[in-house]
Design a protein around this ligand. Structure first.
Ligand code: PLP
Length: 489
């Protein structure tokens, strides 16, 4: 068919007309410099106030202004966008970057990790396979290798960076399911052994991967909140006698609730004897391997079949960064590999190491840069020091609280988390501590969260942020004592 010249000219004109508006998507150099300067001014303002930022801020409308600005066909100024962001996103709610944020698992991201994200976003390399992003894949390989060495995994182990501990757990359990060859007819008889302190992402992952009906048996814990190996052995034998099929032992290397570390060596021995899969959830605790105290507490972690780490917790990178490590690297590949005709060009010799063949994502955040850049520039020494400092601070906080006669403390911290509560001279303890926490949250200077241990209300005291130092702990203990004293009057 001969091209119709008029038709072609018409299309050329139309395209040119659209291009005039579409061009707004490409900021020119001047605009880029200006926009970057404005964003940098915003982040500098944010960072310069960190030390006076409360751990939690209650405001009348909690950011509602944002919803008055619908997305429209014509844009508004960057200045307005940043102002809205500052007033409604930066300001209300909990402040994970605040050094006095002691709730849940305290987090914080180094500046180099944020710059890593910026680099990854601007260059936007595809990190799913070697063919497209050889450097991106190698960069991730360097990180996985470092993590494998840190936990004492063999060279043949493999791993993947995912959005967090929850998805990493999912990948680990899928791999266990595939390696052990569990079929739907086995699901209801299969038993996974955990404790009351196992993170809920395990139950969630089992449900999502179709194993919601498998049996989850809670093994007894000792007074430190650690799984008791004798009870585990007894239960496995009992379950086998009943014709059930034990398949996974789930150890925690630092529980979210109590910070307790299960006796990993003893659990690994049982897993080997019984030929079960040994999964270790080290989402919070894993990077304490960088410290002497951590290596002692986590002894046996190297014997896990699968392991979950959360760099967005103890490695100080932005949210959205978890890692799974699998001892038998081939198994991770076999459990996740799928391909398609339109990917035929990407099947290089390296495809067994392609992140997209080792996890559920095809196109993925190039999250390796936010880890690699700070580790490259800073080295591991400052991380080791920060985590050692956190161990000291948690012990210091524990010992200071132990001087208050009304305080009941949970176990001494294995790493950097413990729980406490007040025992008031009159009235209900759960009620008193609930009111104490509400008072503290309203005051806002420090932010703590609560939990249940043995059916009783406890306040958690985790220390993890690299920005938290001795003066913040002193402020926390003083504030807690004052508020408790005021409530008792
Ligand atoms: C945080 C945490 C998880 C879940 O990880 P996410 O990154 O929040 O998905 C799992 N286990 C433990 C022990 C944790 O502390």
């Amino acid at each position: 068919m001969a091209a119709d010249t008029n038709r072609l000219m018409e299309l050329q004109e139309q395209a040119a007309r659209f291009a005039r508006d579409a061009k707004l998507l490409e900021a020119d150099q001047g605009e880029r410099r200006d926009a970057l300067a404005q964003v940098a001014e915003h982040t500098e303002g944010f960072l310069s106030q960190l030390d006076t930022q409360p751990g939690y801020r209650q405001t009348p409308d909690m950011g509602a202004e944002l919803e008055g600005f619908d997305i429209e066909s014509v844009g508004r100024s960057l200045e307005l966008a940043l102002k809205l962001f500052a007033d409604n996103v930066d300001y209300p709610g909990s402040h994970p970057t605040s050094p006095t944020h002691f709730a849940y698992i305290p987090v914080s991201a180094t500046y180099y990790s944020a710059l890593g994200d910026f680099l990854a976003a601007v260059t936007n390399r595809f990190s799913g396979n070697f063919f497209a992003g050889p450097g991106a894949v190698r960069l991730e390989k360097v990180l996985i290798k470092w993590m494998k060495q840190l936990v004492g995994f063999p060279q043949a182990a493999s791993g993947n960076l995912l959005s967090g501990g929850s998805l990493a757990t999912q990948s680990a359990l899928v791999t266990a399911r595939e390696v052990l060859g569990l079929k739907p007819r086995d699901f209801e008889d299969s038993v996974i052994y955990l404790t009351e302190h196992t993170h809920h992402c395990v139950t969630k992952a089992l449900h999502i991967i179709g194993l919601g009906n498998c049996q989850q048996h809670q093994v007894a814990i000792d007074e430190y909140g650690r799984m008791m190996p004798e009870d585990l052995s007894r239960r496995i034998q009992e379950d086998r006698r009943k014709g059930l099929k034990p398949w996974v032992i789930l150890g925690s290397a630092g529980t979210t609730n109590l910070g307790s570390v299960d006796p990993l060596t003893a659990l690994a021995d049982i897993a080997r004897q019984q030929q079960l899969w040994f999964h270790v959830d080290a989402a919070y605790g894993g990077f304490f391997q960088l410290t002497e105290v951590g290596r002692q507490a986590l002894a046996g972690i190297d014997r896990a079949d699968s392991l979950v780490l959360d760099p967005h917790k103890s490695l100080y990178v932005p949210f959205g960064t978890g890692a799974v490590l699998i001892r038998d690297g081939q198994a991770l590949y076999r459990s996740h590999m799928h391909s398609a005709d339109y990917l035929q060009d990407t099947m290089t010799d390296e495809h067994m190491h392609d992140p997209s063949n080792l996890g559920p994502e095809l196109t993925r955040h190039f999250r390796a840069v936010r880890l690699w850049l700070p580790l490259m520039v800073l080295g591991t020494r400052p991380y080791e020091a920060a985590l050692n400092e956190k161990i000291c601070l948690a012990r210091y906080a524990y010992e200071r609280l132990s001087e208050i006669p009304e305080v009941e403390l949970g176990p001494y911290p294995d790493l950097s988390i413990f729980v406490f509560r007040f025992l008031p001279s009159k009235g209900d303890a759960d009620d008193f501590n609930t009111r104490l926490l509400t008072e503290l949250t309203q005051d806002g200077r420090i932010f703590l969260s609560s939990t249940q241990v043995g059916g009783r209300y406890f306040i958690r005291f985790p220390v993890l942020s690299f920005r938290t130092h001795l003066d913040h702990i002193d402020l926390a203990i003083d504030t807690i004592s004052q508020k408790a004293a005021a409530l008792s009057c």
